[in-house]
Ligand binder design. Structure first.
Ligand code: CNA
Length: 358
């Protein structure tokens, strides 16, 4: 296929939508940074007045980036841990932009999301983990910086809850989450997937990043397909190619416009409405759909394996049957709890009887 936006004039979001809806686009690669999470309440690094670097004076750092410098961490780990408290996953709800990533996946066009963020909001928004490359690591795992021994997240959180710096149980070294600090290597997964993803990309979306941190910053210029930028300011070389589309402004607004052009806005808004800081809340209907889907998949699997006994029964299972079974279980639960509570009363009575006897 030709990796070109339709039309002859200056491309717009409408041309991007037409391209996305053409049926030819299968490999959208998205590259994001801190700006996609600012509307969730997480400050970015470099935005004037609101960025973390602007607000780090209370940490009395010799220079702003020192908070992510491994040599400085050895001397003053409390600077990083002060920041870690603020950014720690589990406190923030995904933004509309994060839900847009999930919509791209639902539409079958998302190849990969490369994120510099450590807030894990892509996962919380429901994007499957195999579609995410956390280029600067995450809080998911923690290791001693001296002997490499792992520390569980539960143990690390216990230290953090007491405002203590975690030390290794084996060698006493400092423990830090597997977030990539300046001077450290990016995860192997980044390099493993990057070449194939960039070569196959039909469309690249860049959002919420100042494109200042390398090697991530060079990714958009290594592609030859159409690129779209959703950012408050111009960054990198995006806008210099005729096929680039630059949307300056809040990225949530940008993807709302794109979703509208694609006819996906109701899906996007419905999905975002279901997000919480703990994930996407399934509704009763979704659970029933999942049960139907699982039953259908089971049938297909067993049919493929030629398991006659199961295939004779399974196609008969309908949503109505599932609802009947759920109702029957609920009835059973009620009668069980009634019989237990009357048994409980009996037990209590007995105790009282015994007491009365004394
Ligand atoms: P950055 O250098 O702070 O740049 C952020 C960019 O996003 C800037 O160009 C802003 O103009 C733009 N921006 C801010 N808000 C919006 C918005 N609502 N809509 C559109 N654009 C917006 O951050 P980068 O990600 O480029 O820098 C890389 C660092 C930041 C990575 O190593 C991250 O680990 C680190 N970081 C991550 C988080 C997080 O996980 N949420 C927060 C802060 C910093």
């Amino acid at each position: 296929m030709s990796k070109k936006l339709p039309g002859t004039g200056k491309p717009t979001l409408a041309s991007v939508a037409q391209y996305l809806k053409s049926g030819d686009v299968r490999n959208v690669v998205v590259m994001v940074g801190a700006g996609i999470s600012t509307s969730a309440g997480i400050p970015d690094f470099r935005s004037p007045n609101t960025g973390l670097y602007h607000n780090l004076s209370r940490l009395k750092l010799p220079y702003a980036e020192a908070v992510f410098d491994i040599a400085y961490f050895r001397k003053r780990p409390e600077a990083f841990y002060t920041l870690a408290h603020e950014l720690y996953p589990g406190k923030f709800r995904p933004t509309l932009f994060h839900s847009f990533l999930k919509v791209l996946d639902d539409q079958g066009v998302l190849r990969r999301v490369y994120t510099q963020n450590i807030d894990t909001l892509e996962r919380i928004a429901g994007v499957p983990s195999e579609k995410i490359v956390e280029a600067h690591g995450s809080f998911a795992e923690n290791h001693c910086i001296d002997c490499g021994k792992a520390m569980s997240t539960e143990d690390l959180e216990k230290f953090m809850a007491k405002d203590k710096i975690p030390h290794c149980k084996k060698c006493g070294g400092l423990v830090k989450p597997d977030i990539v600090f300046f001077g450290e290597n990016l995860p192997a997964r980044f390099f493993k997937l990057m070449t194939g993803d960039l070569a196959s990309a039909d469309l690249v979306i860049v959002a919420g990043t100042s494109l200042q941190v390398h090697p991530f910053a060079s990714l958009p210029s290594q592609t030859s397909c159409p690129r779209v930028l959703f950012n408050l300011e111009s960054v990198g070389d995006i806008g210099r190619r005729k096929s680039d589309v630059v949307c300056l402004g809040p990225c949530d607004d940008g993807v709302r416009d794109l979703a509208f052009e694609c006819g996906w806005l109701p899906d996007l808004e419905a999905l975002w409405a279901k997000t919480t800081k703990d994930g996407v809340t399934p509704e009763k209907e979704d659970v029933l759909h999942a049960i139907d889907k699982a039953a259908a998949e089971e049938v297909a699997k067993e049919e493929a394996e030629g398991a006659n006994s199961a295939t004779e029964i399974a196609p008969e299972i309908s949503r109505k049957d599932v609802e009947d079974v759920v109702a029957a279980i609920e009835e059973l639960e009620i009668s069980k709890s009634e019989s237990m509570s009357s048994k409980g009363e009996k037990d209590t009575m007995t105790v009282q009887d015994e007491k009365a006897k004394v």
